[in-house]
Design a protein around this ligand. Structure first.
Ligand SMILES: [Zn+2]
Length: 200
């Protein structure tokens, strides 16, 4: 599994819906396992997964070149904790609050690039789980932001498309990310991502 580069056109394609019959195939379930392995990180795979230790909080299938509407999210993010992993198939936002919140986002396809953008404070989404059951999730705060970020991916959108000034996205080296997060908005290195942006 290889995470695509930010300029890869594949990231800009709208992913195909998954049929309910497909959900129950071995191949499809194997794809989900592969995605979960990525979410949990290199040394935390398969049967030995320590589910308290996911490496990332969200991943969508097209981020590494699979054109299917699958996202994995850790909704415990709202409690500043881990391990409330949901596999979402064909997720869609069925309601989004008009009230917005500005906050910072990054993405594994856009390493070192960060930005501040507005998202709905609360969303209700509908999806299938990996067994094909219909689920509905009502999320606020960080979980709402995460769901919107991942569903954007499935629609070929990236967080940078929402930036007010894509010429001034924040540029932060990976090793500096933690320190920068603490420092809040005082990020003083910028990067022009306007060539990577696709109008919403
Ligand atoms: Zn992302």
């Amino acid at each position: 599994m290889k995470i695509l580069q930010p300029s890869d056109k594949f990231l800009r394609q709208v992913c195909k819906p998954v049929t309910r019959r497909e959900i129950h195939t071995k191949q499809f379930q194997a794809t989900i396992e592969q995605m979960l392995d990525y979410v949990y990180g290199k040394s935390n795979k398969g049967k030995n997964r320590d589910t308290n230790k996911p490496m990332i909080v969200g991943l969508s299938a097209n981020q590494f070149g699979i054109n299917k509407r699958i996202s994995i999210v850790d909704l415990a993010i709202s409690k500043k904790a881990f391990n409330d992993i949901y596999v979402l198939i064909n997720p869609e936002v069925i309601w989004a609050s008009e009230s917005l919140k500005e906050s910072r986002e990054g993405c594994v396809n856009l390493l070192k690039i960060w930005g501040y953008l507005n998202r709905s404070k609360r969303v209700i989404i509908r999806a299938f789980d990996r067994s094909g059951n219909k689920i509905q999730i009502d999320a606020s705060g960080l979980a709402a932001k995460l769901l919107q970020h991942e569903i954007d991916h499935l629609n070929g959108a990236l967080f940078i498309d929402h930036l007010k000034d894509p010429k001034k996205a924040h540029y932060v080296l990976d090793k500096e990310t933690r320190a920068h997060k603490k420092a809040g908005k005082n990020w003083n290195k910028f990067i022009d991502v306007s060539k990577l942006v696709k109008p919403l």
